[in-house]
Design a protein around this ligand. Structure first.
Ligand SMILES: C[S@@+](CC[C@H](N)C(=O)[O-])C[C@H]1O[C@@H](n2cnc3c(N)ncnc32)[C@H](O)[C@@H]1O
Length: 188
């Protein structure tokens, strides 16, 4: 799993444990590194991002379908064994937007499905003061309210520069289990 850090690898191990052939929805997939990696391991992946990425067209892996869509507007008449939301929550504008992102992505999960996510928490201020960072407590309470049960969670600090000033983030990683199927989506 050298393309992922040890924390992402731990979460992805949880996904692998769901078993080959499982259907995964990757919300905010970026350039597609996670969906391609999972599809290469026998998972059926639908992945979307609000921004089209050039790399989508340059990698050909069967079992992965990539589309451009916004999490708030995506229509998906299908439920998934795994829903992933990696590195997306700091794109929420405020708590209401965050709640929408979590509710929509949770809505596509089957009963007993796995919800995996990571996000930048509010422990360290973002370089851009306009970026909204949700706390670990807030995200956890929102997910509990959506009837998800916490399986594991931890945090890790990263320090990097991105070509600018050096700064730190605290990243939360978590896996949740779905206690009841969505009431608004239709299983296929
Ligand atoms: C930091 S990147 C993470 C990409 C990928 N999940 C990964 O771990 O490599 C966050 C991605 O979320 C996408 N994103 C943010 N808000 C979104 C939304 N409302 N709907 C869909 N994608 C969104 C961004 O366009 C960006 O590509």
């Amino acid at each position: 799993m050298s393309m992922f850090n040890e924390h992402m690898s731990k979460l992805l191990c949880r996904v692998l444990a769901k078993g080959e052939g499982c259907q995964v929805l990757d919300c905010g997939c970026g350039d597609g590194r996670v969906p391609h990696w999972l599809a290469e391991r026998g998972f059926k992946v639908i992945a979307f991002d609000k921004v089209f990425h050039q790399r989508w067209g340059s990698v050909s892996v069967s079992g992965v379908h990539l589309l451009q869509a916004d999490i708030h507007n995506l229509t998906m008449h299908k439920l998934f064994d795994v829903v992933a939301l990696f590195g997306v929550l700091h794109y929420a504008l405020d708590q209401e937007d965050l709640r929408g992102m979590l509710r929509w992505s949770r809505d596509w999960l089957k009963q007993d499905g796995l919800f995996v996510l990571n996000w930048i928490t509010d422990e360290f201020p973002h370089l851009d003061p306009l970026v909204y960072l949700p706390s670990k407590d807030l995200v956890e309470s929102e997910l509990r309210a959506l009837d998800l049960a916490l399986t594991c969670s931890w945090t890790a600090d990263v320090e990097h520069a991105h070509g600018g000033p050096c700064h730190r983030h605290r990243i939360a990683y978590a896996a949740w289990e779905c206690r009841r199927a969505s009431i608004s989506a239709t299983a296929s």
